[in-house]
Design a protein around this ligand. Structure first.
Ligand code: SAM
Ligand code: SF4
Ligand code: SF4
Length: 387
């Protein structure tokens, strides 16, 4: 296995968060009031459709590509309880995001199922409606470790589906990747429980890291083929500042597709929605046509194929900062407004100002950098804003 490079940045001092932009309701620099009409678009004409909400910065795993043990150790300073948005605060903010056009909500973290009573938040979000009166697409990304226990309560509260992260089927490989010796069987039981209560269609996300779990690609594909579960392969990304990312550890998605296609023929499928990050490939029958009974896989090529042009996602951190890109250097604070007594229109106006100023397109810019480097600078950690 290749050596891991840990940069000399002390992340512990700042809880994974870079600098913050603040908004004011009065005085010089006060925001113009904007009444939401569901039509907000950013500086590059992209709508706001997808909100990812991080409900905790803590996790019970230590995946080296996300929360390496060397940094996220016993001295690491997580956010204090008082810094976290309450469920009521999250729901109030989300209502304004929805008024601006958000249709899809994903709860994430850290490990979202570590947040106590999460089903209460799920229930509150499930009650929200779009301006057209439709329910939201409400989903959650989890490492699956607590899913067996929580699947039923989440479903009953109104969660529609889950995405489970799983980087391999081999127990030794999986235990090494989560770095806390967690057994793969428990995650598989969590997936079964989610399927049994109807939290589907379920997606399983596998981050592929060259030198670590490439030999798990085919076993994973075989295991999930024909189960109704969509397996998605994610290129290892240069998010955050702690994972010691190197380009030579990225396996391009094209190689994943080629590898599977040799054993289980694939045909490319149409994207399911605009802004969809995954390229879809269906398993083919003997006639070379997609066989829906065999299902499909997805590949997310965040490194080798930029998809910023359609990126319609905002991220809300555990402490109420909006991030406009996974690779952002800066958050936009909404918690001060919330706790300072701002009205709904003032909160909606801040969201409008934040989104209208957005020109982020990191992955496209990365393509113009030398092959072996990520973008320099102080970036937000994946565990802080969620995937
Ligand atoms: N703990 C939950 C989980 O693992 O599903 C939710 C949060 S996790 C940050 C969200 C997703 O980000 C996971 O699917 C994880 O595999 C992915 N992720 C984390 N670091 C990554 C990296 N450096 N490159 C690609 N994906 C990454
Ligand atoms: Fe935890 Fe998810 Fe990050 Fe792994 S990827 S360390 S499970 S937050
Ligand atoms: Fe969106 Fe940023 Fe990813 Fe581009 S790099 S797709 S703007 S999150």
């Amino acid at each position: 296995m290749s050596e891991r490079v840990i940069p000399l940045v002390d992340e512990r001092a700042r809880g994974g968060a870079p600098s913050t932009v603040r908004y004011h309701t009065s005085g010089p620099g006060a925001m113009a009031e904007v009444v939401p009409n569901g039509l907000l678009s950013d500086g590059l004409g992209r709508p706001l459709r997808d909100l990812r909400i991080s409900v905790t910065d803590r996790c019970n795993f230590r995946c080296a590509y996300c929360m390496p043990k060397e940094v996220f150790d016993k001295d690491y300073q997580y956010l204090p309880q008082s810094a976290l948005l309450s469920f009521e605060e999250i729901t109030r903010l989300t209502r304004q995001f929805v008024a601006h056009g958000v249709q899809k909500i994903r709860l994430t973290g850290g490990e979202p199922l570590l947040r106590k009573n999460l089903e209460i938040l799920v229930g509150q979000l499930a009650d929200l409606r779009t301006p057209e009166g439709l329910p939201l697409d409400l989903t959650l990304t989890t490492n699956g470790s607590l899913l067996e226990r929580k699947a039923r309560a989440l479903k009953d509260a109104g969660l529609q589906r889950v995405t489970v992260s799983l980087d391999g089927l081999d127990d030794a490989v999986f235990r090494q990747m989560n770095d806390v010796d967690f057994p793969v069987a428990d995650v598989l039981r969590g997936i079964e429980a989610a399927q049994a209560v109807g939290l589907g269609p379920i997606k399983v996300n596998m981050v592929v890291k060259r030198g670590t779990n490439v030999d798990q690609i085919l076993p994973m594909a075989r295991h999930f083929q024909g189960t109704g579960i969509v397996l998605r392969f994610i290129e290892y990304m240069d998010v955050g500042a702690t994972n010691g990312w190197r380009m030579d550890e990225v396996l391009p998605s094209a190689e994943v597709v080629e590898l599977i296609h040799r054993e289980m023929p694939l045909v490319q499928l149409e994207p399911s929605a605009p802004g969809e990050t995954a390229e879809r490939w269906g398993y083919a029958n003997a006639a070379g046509e997609h066989d829906p009974a065999l299902g499909e896989i997805g590949v997310i090529s965040s490194v080798t194929q930029a998809f910023c042009r359609d990126c319609n996602r905002a991220r809300l951190s555990t402490e109420g900062q909006v991030y406009l890109c996974l690779f952002a250097h800066q958050g936009h604070d909404l918690r001060d407004l919330l706790r300072g007594g701002a009205s709904d229109v003032q909160i909606a106006s801040a969201i409008a100002a934040i989104w209208q100023g957005r020109t982020d397109r990191y992955s496209e810019l990365r393509a113009s950098l030398p092959a072996d480097v990520g973008m320099p600078g102080q970036r937000v950690e994946m565990s802080y804003i969620g995937g």
